[in-house]
Design a protein around this ligand. Structure first.
Ligand code: HEM
Length: 383
């Protein structure tokens, strides 16, 4: 058969396979998704959302593997973790991947939030994209918190006890929250099964639904990007004498766009590949199971929260004794305030320079959280 005839035959087979699927599942929706135009100038900044998604995917895959062996029972949980680490082929590696990826997830999600906040991407009509995003953030915190108990070692018992005690400081509902979550007055098997259920299916299910909604809204409104995507149109309007204050950037389409496929898919893949490599390297160089096959030296068992809770831990230190409820209520108000940001900062201006108050407050909040975490780190690690 001639080369051209062969190529034609292959093309024909591909086309009929495509048509077969198109008729049954409707491929046009995927094709439209791939062709969706995206703003071009700040493209690398727009990889942070998909980077978050990549890390969550690593969590789901490695978490499913851990579930094959983990036993959520007060008597066997710690043993099953040791079994995964010491006996199962590459168990130590996949467990370390799960933990390193969780650590990185908090960093990347924080960067993604910062980028969408500073660029004013949450403004009308994208308020609900932010609200859903903030709920995602709270769910991720919940997953991180509940996961800390599952190793069921001394540190896990300590985390459960401290968390339960902290909850009980809430006025009125505190004692109820504490016993509902702990499954009684003290940390026990019921605490473990509750945290396990929350960690492996309740919160991941909520997360899956929220991420689907988040992506749907991004698809619906198109990516806003940031003010740099609109500077030609802004300059043209200004040249015509339109005052800058009356230019509503969120109503415009970007000056320059490109389809999602192939350029952005390529960038997202590079970032995803970089993250998988980083998580993998960290897991090999600094595995979370340094005592494979041996008993850990007793001095090493120092109760400490995961670093992503250090800032809250340090914050509560400012409120000793009877003041704890105040510190706790302030933290809760902060978390409840997050989804409300688009309804508080409603002015259509998106440029970070032209809205200095939110930009400065937002940056200070980030710096404050980092400083609190560093202070807690210095205290906890005894530097
Ligand atoms: C699992 C966590 C998350 C995933 C997988 C995710 C995914 C994404 C993706 C893929 C995009 C489009 C690309 C980009 O702008 O980076 C995006 C945009 C956006 N995200 Fe997220 N996101 C998450 C968390 C959050 C959080 C915590 C917030 C804020 C509280 C948030 C608010 C937004 C907003 C407002 C946009 C629109 C940006 C624009 O139109 O320019 N997201 N997200």
């Amino acid at each position: 058969m001639e080369r051209s005839e062969e190529a034609g035959l292959r093309h024909g087979m591909r086309q009929s396979l495509r048509d077969w699927f198109d008729e049954r599942v409707g491929l046009d929706i995927f094709e439209r998704m791939l062709q969706k135009p995206l703003p071009k100038r700040g493209a690398w900044f727009y990889t942070l959302g998909s980077a978050t998604l990549s890390l969550i995917t690593i969590q789901f895959v490695t978490g499913a593997f851990l579930m094959f062996y983990y036993v959520p029972d007060g008597e066997y949980a710690e043993q099953s973790i040791r079994y995964i680490t010491e006996q199962v082929s590459y168990g130590w590696y996949l467990r370390s991947m799960h933990r390193w990826s969780a650590n990185l997830l908090f960093v990347v999600i924080g960067l993604h939030m910062f980028r969408v906040f500073v660029s004013g991407s949450f403004k009308r009509p994208r308020e609900m994209t932010w609200v859903i995003g903030a709920l995602i953030f709270l769910t991720v915190i919940g997953i991180g918190l509940t996961g800390g108990l599952l190793p069921w070692d001394d540190n896990a018992h300590w985390i459960g006890t401290v968390f339960g005690n902290t909850l009980s400081y809430f006025p009125l509902v505190g004692p109820f929250l504490r016993s509902a979550l702990l499954g009684g007055e003290h940390v026990g098997t019921l605490t473990l099964t509750r945290f396990y259920a929350l960690h492996v299916w309740v919160l991941p299910l909520v997360l899956g639904i929220l991420i689907t909604l988040h992506l749907y809204l991004i698809r619906k409104h198109g990516l806003f990007g940031s003010v740099i995507e609109y500077r030609d149109q802004i300059a043209a309007l200004k040249a015509k004498g339109v005052p800058r204050e009356s230019i509503i950037v969120t109503k415009m389409t970007p000056d320059e766009t490109e389809p999602f496929y192939p350029a952005q898919v390529f960038r997202d893949s590079i970032v995803a590949f970089g993250l998988i490599t980083a998580v993998s390297l960290f897991s090999i160089l600094f595995p979370f199971s340094p005592y494979r096959g041996e008993e850990p030296p007793p001095t090493e068992i120092i109760p400490r929260p995961e670093w992503f809770f250090w800032s809250v831990d340090e914050w509560l230190m400012f409120f000793p004794g009877r003041l704890i409820p105040i510190g706790l209520i302030l933290v809760t108000l902060f978390f409840l305030f997050l989804p409300l940001i688009p309804f508080v900062e409603r002015h259509p201006e998106v440029s970070p320079i032209r809205r200095p108050v939110p930009t400065i407050i937002g940056t200070w909040v980030y710096l404050f959280i980092i400083v609190l975490a560093l202070m807690a780190g210095a205290r906890i690690l005894n530097y």
